[in-house]
Design a protein around this ligand. Structure first.
Ligand SMILES: [Zn+2]
Length: 398
Protein backbone atom coordinates (compact mmCIF):
# COMPACT_ATOMS: atom_id res chain seq x y z
CA UNK A 1 0.00 0.00 0.00
CA UNK A 2 1.25 3.44 -0.66
CA UNK A 3 0.27 7.08 -0.51
CA UNK A 4 -3.33 7.93 0.22
CA UNK A 5 -4.44 4.31 0.47
CA UNK A 6 -2.14 3.67 3.39
CA UNK A 7 -3.33 6.82 5.10
CA UNK A 8 -6.98 5.84 4.61
CA UNK A 9 -6.29 2.37 6.00
CA UNK A 10 -4.56 3.83 9.05
CA UNK A 11 -7.47 6.19 9.63
CA UNK A 12 -9.78 3.21 9.85
CA UNK A 13 -8.08 2.27 13.11
CA UNK A 14 -9.39 3.68 16.37
CA UNK A 15 -5.85 4.22 17.60
CA UNK A 16 -3.61 6.19 17.32
CA UNK A 17 -5.57 8.80 15.38
CA UNK A 18 -7.39 11.40 17.45
CA UNK A 19 -11.03 11.60 16.36
CA UNK A 20 -11.98 14.30 13.92
CA UNK A 21 -13.64 17.10 15.83
CA UNK A 22 -15.89 19.63 14.19
CA UNK A 23 -14.33 22.77 15.62
CA UNK A 24 -17.47 24.68 14.63
CA UNK A 25 -19.47 22.92 17.34
CA UNK A 26 -17.33 24.35 20.11
CA UNK A 27 -16.57 27.92 20.93
CA UNK A 28 -13.44 29.26 22.57
CA UNK A 29 -13.96 30.57 26.08
CA UNK A 30 -11.84 32.31 28.68
CA UNK A 31 -13.00 32.53 32.28
CA UNK A 32 -11.11 34.81 34.65
CA UNK A 33 -11.45 32.99 37.98
CA UNK A 34 -9.52 35.34 40.26
CA UNK A 35 -6.94 38.10 40.48
CA UNK A 36 -4.36 37.76 43.22
CA UNK A 37 -4.62 40.27 46.10
CA UNK A 38 -1.15 41.77 46.21
CA UNK A 39 -0.17 41.53 42.54
CA UNK A 40 -2.01 41.61 39.22
CA UNK A 41 -1.57 37.84 38.77
CA UNK A 42 -4.59 36.07 37.32
CA UNK A 43 -6.00 32.57 37.53
CA UNK A 44 -8.15 31.65 34.57
CA UNK A 45 -9.51 28.82 32.47
CA UNK A 46 -9.44 28.42 28.70
CA UNK A 47 -11.94 26.11 27.00
CA UNK A 48 -11.28 24.86 23.45
CA UNK A 49 -12.67 22.14 21.19
CA UNK A 50 -9.72 19.97 22.24
CA UNK A 51 -10.11 20.38 25.96
CA UNK A 52 -9.62 22.96 28.68
CA UNK A 53 -6.71 24.07 30.82
CA UNK A 54 -6.01 26.56 33.57
CA UNK A 55 -3.96 29.72 33.15
CA UNK A 56 -1.30 30.89 33.67
CA UNK A 57 0.25 28.23 31.50
CA UNK A 58 3.41 27.64 29.52
CA UNK A 59 3.18 26.49 25.89
CA UNK A 60 6.09 24.30 24.69
CA UNK A 61 7.14 25.13 21.12
CA UNK A 62 6.88 22.48 18.40
CA UNK A 63 7.59 24.53 15.29
CA UNK A 64 7.65 21.56 12.92
CA UNK A 65 4.55 19.86 14.41
CA UNK A 66 6.76 18.08 16.94
CA UNK A 67 8.22 18.96 20.32
CA UNK A 68 11.67 17.73 19.37
CA UNK A 69 12.32 14.14 20.58
CA UNK A 70 8.96 13.85 22.44
CA UNK A 71 6.01 11.60 21.63
CA UNK A 72 2.49 12.75 22.53
CA UNK A 73 2.45 10.19 25.36
CA UNK A 74 5.67 11.68 26.77
CA UNK A 75 4.07 15.13 26.78
CA UNK A 76 0.88 13.88 28.42
CA UNK A 77 2.86 12.11 31.15
CA UNK A 78 4.84 15.30 31.79
CA UNK A 79 1.55 17.22 32.10
CA UNK A 80 1.79 19.45 29.02
CA UNK A 81 -1.66 20.90 28.30
CA UNK A 82 -1.16 22.89 25.10
CA UNK A 83 1.60 23.12 22.51
CA UNK A 84 2.37 25.58 19.71
CA UNK A 85 3.23 24.92 16.07
CA UNK A 86 4.52 27.35 13.52
CA UNK A 87 2.58 28.08 10.36
CA UNK A 88 5.60 29.56 8.52
CA UNK A 89 7.47 26.25 8.83
CA UNK A 90 4.42 24.08 8.10
CA UNK A 91 3.37 26.21 5.11
CA UNK A 92 6.80 25.62 3.56
CA UNK A 93 7.04 21.96 4.62
CA UNK A 94 5.03 19.76 4.26
CA UNK A 95 2.47 22.40 3.18
CA UNK A 96 -0.74 23.39 4.95
CA UNK A 97 -2.89 21.79 2.24
CA UNK A 98 -1.30 18.39 2.89
CA UNK A 99 -1.95 18.69 6.62
CA UNK A 100 -5.54 19.76 5.93
CA UNK A 101 -6.01 16.78 3.60
CA UNK A 102 -4.73 14.50 6.37
CA UNK A 103 -7.33 15.79 8.81
CA UNK A 104 -5.57 18.78 10.39
CA UNK A 105 -2.69 19.21 12.81
CA UNK A 106 -4.14 17.30 15.77
CA UNK A 107 -4.63 14.17 13.72
CA UNK A 108 -1.43 14.64 11.71
CA UNK A 109 0.76 14.73 14.82
CA UNK A 110 -1.41 12.55 17.09
CA UNK A 111 -1.96 15.32 19.64
CA UNK A 112 -5.49 15.51 20.96
CA UNK A 113 -5.06 18.51 23.25
CA UNK A 114 -5.14 22.22 22.35
CA UNK A 115 -2.73 23.65 19.75
CA UNK A 116 -1.80 27.26 19.08
CA UNK A 117 -0.27 28.24 15.75
CA UNK A 118 1.84 31.32 15.29
CA UNK A 119 1.14 33.25 12.10
CA UNK A 120 4.82 33.09 11.22
CA UNK A 121 5.37 36.84 11.50
CA UNK A 122 8.49 36.36 13.59
CA UNK A 123 9.97 33.70 11.25
CA UNK A 124 9.21 35.78 8.15
CA UNK A 125 11.51 38.40 9.57
CA UNK A 126 14.10 36.17 11.18
CA UNK A 127 14.40 33.32 8.66
CA UNK A 128 12.89 34.53 5.38
CA UNK A 129 15.55 35.85 3.04
CA UNK A 130 15.36 38.83 0.69
CA UNK A 131 12.07 39.95 2.13
CA UNK A 132 10.12 42.86 0.77
CA UNK A 133 7.45 44.29 3.00
CA UNK A 134 4.60 46.32 1.60
CA UNK A 135 1.25 47.22 3.08
CA UNK A 136 -0.18 44.29 1.11
CA UNK A 137 2.06 41.62 2.67
CA UNK A 138 5.53 40.09 2.65
CA UNK A 139 7.45 38.59 -0.27
CA UNK A 140 10.23 36.28 0.90
CA UNK A 141 12.52 33.46 -0.13
CA UNK A 142 12.21 30.12 1.63
CA UNK A 143 15.13 29.43 3.99
CA UNK A 144 14.88 25.78 2.86
CA UNK A 145 15.14 25.92 -0.93
CA UNK A 146 15.19 29.59 -1.89
CA UNK A 147 11.74 29.45 -3.54
CA UNK A 148 9.81 32.73 -3.65
CA UNK A 149 6.59 33.19 -1.66
CA UNK A 150 4.11 35.93 -0.85
CA UNK A 151 2.04 35.98 2.33
CA UNK A 152 -0.60 38.54 3.18
CA UNK A 153 -2.92 38.73 6.20
CA UNK A 154 -5.71 36.85 4.44
CA UNK A 155 -3.34 33.99 3.56
CA UNK A 156 -1.91 33.87 7.08
CA UNK A 157 -5.46 33.20 8.30
CA UNK A 158 -6.23 30.75 5.51
CA UNK A 159 -3.06 28.73 6.29
CA UNK A 160 -3.90 28.59 10.00
CA UNK A 161 -7.52 27.65 9.32
CA UNK A 162 -6.31 24.78 7.11
CA UNK A 163 -3.97 23.61 9.88
CA UNK A 164 -6.90 23.66 12.30
CA UNK A 165 -5.26 24.84 15.55
CA UNK A 166 -7.50 25.91 18.43
CA UNK A 167 -5.84 29.33 18.78
CA UNK A 168 -4.45 31.20 15.77
CA UNK A 169 -2.53 34.47 15.54
CA UNK A 170 -2.90 37.53 13.33
CA UNK A 171 0.02 38.47 11.05
CA UNK A 172 2.37 41.08 12.50
CA UNK A 173 5.66 42.68 11.65
CA UNK A 174 8.23 41.79 14.27
CA UNK A 175 10.33 44.92 14.74
CA UNK A 176 14.10 44.47 15.06
CA UNK A 177 15.88 45.82 18.13
CA UNK A 178 16.97 48.56 18.32
CA UNK A 179 14.64 50.46 15.97
CA UNK A 180 14.00 54.17 15.54
CA UNK A 181 10.76 55.79 16.67
CA UNK A 182 9.78 56.58 13.06
CA UNK A 183 10.33 52.99 11.90
CA UNK A 184 8.48 51.60 14.93
CA UNK A 185 5.54 53.96 14.38
CA UNK A 186 5.21 52.96 10.70
CA UNK A 187 5.58 49.27 11.49
CA UNK A 188 3.09 49.36 14.35
CA UNK A 189 0.49 50.99 12.09
CA UNK A 190 1.12 48.28 9.49
CA UNK A 191 0.58 45.57 12.14
CA UNK A 192 -2.75 47.20 13.06
CA UNK A 193 -3.80 47.27 9.41
CA UNK A 194 -2.83 43.62 8.96
CA UNK A 195 -4.69 42.73 12.19
CA UNK A 196 -7.82 44.35 10.76
CA UNK A 197 -7.48 42.36 7.54
CA UNK A 198 -6.90 39.14 9.53
CA UNK A 199 -10.07 39.76 11.53
CA UNK A 200 -12.04 40.33 8.29
CA UNK A 201 -10.70 37.09 6.78
CA UNK A 202 -11.31 35.06 9.95
CA UNK A 203 -14.36 32.81 9.81
CA UNK A 204 -14.44 31.49 13.38
CA UNK A 205 -15.31 27.81 13.07
CA UNK A 206 -14.52 27.23 16.72
CA UNK A 207 -11.00 28.67 16.46
CA UNK A 208 -9.92 31.71 18.46
CA UNK A 209 -8.06 34.60 16.83
CA UNK A 210 -5.55 36.59 18.89
CA UNK A 211 -4.20 40.03 17.95
CA UNK A 212 -0.54 40.92 18.58
CA UNK A 213 0.42 44.20 20.25
CA UNK A 214 3.63 45.67 18.85
CA UNK A 215 5.10 49.14 19.44
CA UNK A 216 8.74 48.30 20.05
CA UNK A 217 10.21 49.77 23.21
CA UNK A 218 8.06 52.94 23.08
CA UNK A 219 5.27 53.24 25.64
CA UNK A 220 3.08 55.53 23.55
CA UNK A 221 3.29 53.15 20.57
CA UNK A 222 2.48 50.14 22.78
CA UNK A 223 -0.56 52.11 24.01
CA UNK A 224 -1.60 53.02 20.45
CA UNK A 225 -1.22 49.41 19.30
CA UNK A 226 -3.20 47.99 22.25
CA UNK A 227 -5.98 50.56 21.76
CA UNK A 228 -6.28 49.92 18.03
CA UNK A 229 -6.38 46.14 18.51
CA UNK A 230 -9.01 46.45 21.23
CA UNK A 231 -11.14 48.48 18.82
CA UNK A 232 -10.89 45.71 16.21
CA UNK A 233 -11.73 43.11 18.89
CA UNK A 234 -9.97 39.74 19.34
CA UNK A 235 -10.51 36.60 21.41
CA UNK A 236 -7.15 37.17 23.10
CA UNK A 237 -4.24 39.61 22.99
CA UNK A 238 -0.56 38.86 22.65
CA UNK A 239 2.38 41.08 23.47
CA UNK A 240 4.90 40.57 20.67
CA UNK A 241 8.29 42.02 19.81
CA UNK A 242 9.90 41.44 23.21
CA UNK A 243 12.89 39.28 24.15
CA UNK A 244 14.52 40.40 20.90
CA UNK A 245 17.80 41.61 22.39
CA UNK A 246 16.68 44.34 24.81
CA UNK A 247 17.80 44.26 28.46
CA UNK A 248 15.64 42.35 30.97
CA UNK A 249 14.77 45.69 32.61
CA UNK A 250 13.39 47.14 29.39
CA UNK A 251 11.46 43.96 28.68
CA UNK A 252 9.97 43.92 32.14
CA UNK A 253 8.96 47.59 31.97
CA UNK A 254 7.28 47.01 28.58
CA UNK A 255 5.31 44.02 29.93
CA UNK A 256 4.24 45.86 33.05
CA UNK A 257 3.22 48.90 30.96
CA UNK A 258 1.34 46.95 28.28
CA UNK A 259 -0.47 44.21 30.25
CA UNK A 260 -2.93 46.57 32.03
CA UNK A 261 -3.85 48.11 28.64
CA UNK A 262 -5.35 44.78 27.55
CA UNK A 263 -8.98 43.83 28.21
CA UNK A 264 -9.59 42.14 31.55
CA UNK A 265 -11.82 39.42 30.16
CA UNK A 266 -9.51 38.06 27.45
CA UNK A 267 -6.35 35.99 27.78
CA UNK A 268 -3.02 37.83 27.62
CA UNK A 269 -0.17 36.04 25.92
CA UNK A 270 3.49 37.07 26.16
CA UNK A 271 5.18 35.71 23.04
CA UNK A 272 8.66 34.18 23.00
CA UNK A 273 9.33 34.58 26.75
CA UNK A 274 11.07 32.90 28.47
CA UNK A 275 13.26 31.95 31.29
CA UNK A 276 11.69 30.77 34.57
CA UNK A 277 12.38 34.14 36.22
CA UNK A 278 10.74 35.96 33.27
CA UNK A 279 7.62 33.83 33.63
CA UNK A 280 7.35 34.60 37.32
CA UNK A 281 7.77 38.36 36.79
CA UNK A 282 5.24 38.41 33.95
CA UNK A 283 2.66 36.33 35.85
CA UNK A 284 2.80 39.04 38.54
CA UNK A 285 1.86 41.57 35.85
CA UNK A 286 -1.22 39.58 34.84
CA UNK A 287 0.10 37.56 31.87
CA UNK A 288 -1.77 34.28 31.27
CA UNK A 289 0.13 32.50 28.46
CA UNK A 290 3.77 32.06 27.48
CA UNK A 291 5.63 30.16 24.81
CA UNK A 292 9.37 29.78 24.40
CA UNK A 293 11.98 27.38 23.03
CA UNK A 294 14.17 27.77 26.12
CA UNK A 295 13.25 24.62 28.12
CA UNK A 296 13.47 22.33 25.09
CA UNK A 297 16.41 23.95 23.28
CA UNK A 298 18.43 24.26 26.48
CA UNK A 299 17.69 20.62 27.30
CA UNK A 300 19.17 19.56 23.97
CA UNK A 301 22.22 21.67 24.81
CA UNK A 302 22.61 19.97 28.19
CA UNK A 303 21.36 22.85 30.33
CA UNK A 304 18.88 21.67 32.94
CA UNK A 305 16.60 23.70 35.20
CA UNK A 306 16.28 22.85 38.87
CA UNK A 307 14.83 24.64 41.86
CA UNK A 308 18.39 25.41 43.05
CA UNK A 309 19.46 26.91 39.71
CA UNK A 310 20.79 25.74 36.37
CA UNK A 311 22.78 22.55 35.99
CA UNK A 312 25.17 21.99 33.08
CA UNK A 313 25.23 18.23 32.62
CA UNK A 314 28.51 18.06 30.70
CA UNK A 315 30.50 19.35 33.68
CA UNK A 316 33.06 16.81 34.86
CA UNK A 317 31.82 16.93 38.45
CA UNK A 318 28.75 14.92 37.39
CA UNK A 319 30.76 12.04 35.92
CA UNK A 320 30.42 9.80 38.98
CA UNK A 321 27.36 11.40 40.56
CA UNK A 322 24.65 8.85 41.21
CA UNK A 323 22.03 11.41 42.20
CA UNK A 324 19.25 12.40 39.81
CA UNK A 325 19.27 15.90 38.25
CA UNK A 326 17.12 17.03 41.16
CA UNK A 327 16.31 14.98 44.23
CA UNK A 328 12.56 14.82 44.70
CA UNK A 329 11.78 15.66 41.05
CA UNK A 330 8.94 13.40 39.90
CA UNK A 331 9.87 13.34 36.20
CA UNK A 332 10.62 10.09 34.38
CA UNK A 333 14.28 11.05 33.96
CA UNK A 334 14.90 11.80 37.63
CA UNK A 335 13.01 8.67 38.72
CA UNK A 336 15.25 6.43 36.60
CA UNK A 337 18.60 7.98 35.68
CA UNK A 338 21.67 9.41 37.40
CA UNK A 339 23.56 12.57 36.53
CA UNK A 340 26.53 10.35 35.70
CA UNK A 341 24.54 8.45 33.06
CA UNK A 342 23.00 11.65 31.62
CA UNK A 343 26.48 13.21 31.40
CA UNK A 344 27.74 10.12 29.60
CA UNK A 345 24.83 10.23 27.10
CA UNK A 346 25.40 13.91 26.48
CA UNK A 347 29.15 13.69 25.95
CA UNK A 348 28.69 10.60 23.72
CA UNK A 349 26.10 12.63 21.72
CA UNK A 350 23.48 9.95 22.17
CA UNK A 351 19.91 10.71 21.02
CA UNK A 352 18.54 9.58 24.39
CA UNK A 353 20.29 12.55 26.04
CA UNK A 354 17.94 14.91 24.18
CA UNK A 355 14.85 12.95 25.19
CA UNK A 356 15.71 12.56 28.86
CA UNK A 357 16.88 16.17 29.24
CA UNK A 358 13.77 17.50 27.48
CA UNK A 359 11.49 15.43 29.73
CA UNK A 360 13.10 16.93 32.82
CA UNK A 361 13.07 20.57 31.65
CA UNK A 362 9.45 20.46 30.47
CA UNK A 363 8.45 18.80 33.75
CA UNK A 364 10.25 21.58 35.62
CA UNK A 365 8.22 24.23 33.72
CA UNK A 366 4.94 22.37 34.30
CA UNK A 367 5.68 22.15 38.04
CA UNK A 368 6.69 25.83 38.19
CA UNK A 369 3.40 26.81 36.56
CA UNK A 370 1.47 24.59 38.97
CA UNK A 371 3.25 26.28 41.89
CA UNK A 372 2.39 29.72 40.52
CA UNK A 373 -1.28 28.79 40.11
CA UNK A 374 -1.47 27.44 43.63
CA UNK A 375 0.19 30.60 45.01
CA UNK A 376 -2.32 32.79 43.15
CA UNK A 377 -5.17 30.65 44.47
CA UNK A 378 -3.90 31.16 48.04
CA UNK A 379 -3.04 34.85 47.60
CA UNK A 380 0.59 34.28 48.56
CA UNK A 381 2.39 34.80 45.25
CA UNK A 382 4.97 37.26 46.63
CA UNK A 383 5.91 34.79 49.35
CA UNK A 384 6.22 32.02 46.71
CA UNK A 385 8.51 34.24 44.60
CA UNK A 386 10.69 35.16 47.58
CA UNK A 387 11.17 31.49 48.48
CA UNK A 388 11.83 30.60 44.85
CA UNK A 389 14.54 33.25 44.57
CA UNK A 390 16.18 32.39 47.89
CA UNK A 391 16.47 28.73 46.97
CA UNK A 392 18.41 29.35 43.76
CA UNK A 393 20.37 32.46 44.80
CA UNK A 394 23.89 32.24 43.38
CA UNK A 395 23.77 28.48 42.95
CA UNK A 396 23.81 28.20 39.16
CA UNK A 397 26.13 25.38 38.14
CA UNK A 398 27.71 27.08 35.13
ZN1 LIG B 1 13.44 15.61 36.75
Amino acid sequence: MKGNKRIEAARGLEFPWPPRIDLGEMSFQFHLMKTEKETGARLGKIVTAHGEFETPTFIPVGSQATIKSMTSDDLIEIGVEIISNNSYHLYLRPGHRIIEQLGGLHRFMNWNRPILTDSGGYQLFSLGQLREISKDGVTFQSHIDGSRHFINPEMAIEIQQSLGADIIMSLDECIPYPASYEYTLRSTSLTTEWARQCKEAFRGNGQALFGIVQGGMFEDLREKSARELREIGFDGYAIGGLSVGESPDIMYSMVSYTAPLLPRDNPRYLMGVGKPEDLIDAVKEGIDLFDCVIPTRNARNGMLFTSFGKLVIKNARHSTDERPIEEGCGCYTCRHYSRAYLRHLYTAREILAMRLNTIHNLYYYVQLIKGLREAIRRDNLLHFCKQWNEKREGKDDL
